[in-house]
Ligand binder design. Structure first.
Ligand SMILES: Nc1ncnc2c1ncn2[C@@H]1O[C@H](COP(=O)(O)OP(=O)(O)OP(=O)(O)O)[C@@H](O)[C@H]1O
Length: 417
């Protein structure tokens, strides 16, 4: 037995003989220690556990365990089950109930936590059209997590916004989007458009399963945990037009980013040329420079700071990735003033934030007045990867407004929230 396991048997919240061995559980680990030295000791971290159930005389722990890492690439999670033998069905039932409570931070013999109610919105045409398949893989984990599920497959662009207007916050705990960032963007703006926006946004959590093409929110959440998402670039799946795109002068809520110049051109303007690969696209864009006004309020200051054109790329984001900050109370504003291509290639690692050609600041407010690059191709501006009018834009950061479901680094008792 390892030192950690020995320690557990001394610090267990609950410990019981099963006949063939002993079950122990602490706030962090469930452990089965067989009586015979030939039997296998099993230890399961509760941080990897999404559910506990009883099957005949076995305690079944439903897990999403980490695989890979190091030379095997980024770690990623796979569903798995750990089965621990009990004396009989009754003991298995009691242990399943106790472990479920402990996963939620309550005493083993306390009344069970209230069942969560999740509304799942599946966009069948997002990205490469795999959303239904992605959800079918994840559904058993939601069931193991004892969530009451209401599922809606979206039928048209704008459907999520319509649903967001009608959600009854007292009847739903979380809305899980199976699709790309566009669906989350629609949901967020649908919620903020409600008369009771503040109450609705603070009552509901938002979840996302990666079914889109970029899945930036998912990638950001998992990268914060140093894990890998199953995201792919679109292979050309059809996506409908959203008639509800913002008009000039309208308030819009973003959860991810504001992109201007190179970043927006690369993301939105050249989708049809993505087959060329990133280096070729960067070379095409390297000569582009943009004029415009850009000022911002640095974190901790009331004085505005102005930056001088020309710009190559401007990117403001409010996620943990690609930077490593754990505070989300400001936008990370990255300004590339030269097309230093060789270093920019490192975009996905986040190292570009430290690159000498990039000015990186933390801002609480940003004002952008983009000027046309040429009459034919003025340029693009995007919020959360969605095209918005190429016009003067004011951005304010709303700290801690949204609650997002995601794995908690180092555990915390509930791997699903
Ligand atoms: N049934 C549907 N038919 C047509 N369009 C839809 C349908 N359901 C949702 N949409 C629209 O699809 C758009 C894009 O969806 P989504 O974000 O899921 O995919 P994506 O754009 O491929 O992914 P990403 O944003 O990660 O690049 C949304 O803005 C939404 O309005």
């Amino acid at each position: 037995m390892s030192a950690e396991e020995l320690l557990l048997s001394n610090t267990a919240l609950l410990s019981e003989e099963t006949g063939g061995g002993r079950l122990n559980v602490s706030w962090q680990v469930v452990q089965y220690v067989p009586l015979t030295s030939t039997g296998r000791v099993q230890s399961v971290a509760l941080a990897d556990c999404v559910g506990a159930s009883a099957e005949r005389s076995e305690l079944v722990l439903h897990c999403v365990t980490l695989h890979g890492g190091g030379c095997l690439g980024s770690p990623h999670r796979e569903p798995s089950q750990a089965r621990m033998p009990c004396r009989d069905g009754g003991q298995a039932e009691r242990w399943a109930a106790a472990v479920w409570n402990i996963m939620h931070g309550v005493a083993p013999d306390a009344p069970p936590p209230r069942q969560k109610r999740w509304l799942v919105l599946i966009n069948p045409v997002s990205g490469p059209g795999h959303a239904r398949r992605v959800y079918a893989r994840c559904r058993p984990l939601f069931e193991a997590h004892r969530v009451a599920l209401t599922e809606v497959v979206t039928t048209h662009a704008g459907h999520v916004r319509e649903i967001a207007a009608q959600i009854e916050p007292a009847e739903v705990d979380a809305v899980v989007c199976v699709g790309g960032d566009g669906v989350v963007h629609e949901l967020v703006n649908g919620l903020f458009a409600r008369e009771d926006a503040d109450a609705a946004v603070s009552a509901l959590s938002i979840g996302v399963l990666p079914g889109g093409s970029a899945n930036s929110l998912c990638v950001s959440l998992l990268k914060a945990n140093n894990e890998k998402s199953d995201s792919r670039r679109s292979k050309g799946g059809a996506v409908g037009e959203d008639d509800d795109s913002p008009a000039e002068g309208r308030l819009l809520h973003g959860f991810l980013s504001m992109e201007w110049a190179f970043a927006a051109d690369l993301d939105l303007g050249l989708e049809h040329l993505r087959w060329l690969g990133s280096p070729a696209l960067w070379l095409m864009l390297a000569q582009r420079q943009y004029a415009g006004g850009l000022r911002f309020k640095p974190k901790g200051s009331e004085a505005w700071r102005t930056l001088e054109a020309p710009f190559f790329s401007v990117w403001a984001c409010n996620t943990r990735w690609p930077t490593t900050s754990t505070q989300l109370n400001w936008a990370h504003l990255g300004l590339v003033k030269d097309s230093a291509l060789s270093t920019f290639v490192d975009l996905t690692s986040g190292k570009h934030a430290e690159a000498p050609f990039l000015e990186y600041v933390k801002a609480t407010e940003i004002e952008l007045d983009p000027q046309p690059r040429t009459a034919e191709q003025p340029g693009m501006l995007a919020i959360d990867g969605e095209l918005v009018p190429y016009a003067s834009t004011h951005i304010s950061v709303l700290p801690g407004k949204l609650h997002v479901l995601g794995a908690v680094k180092g555990g915390g008792g509930d791997a699903c929230e």
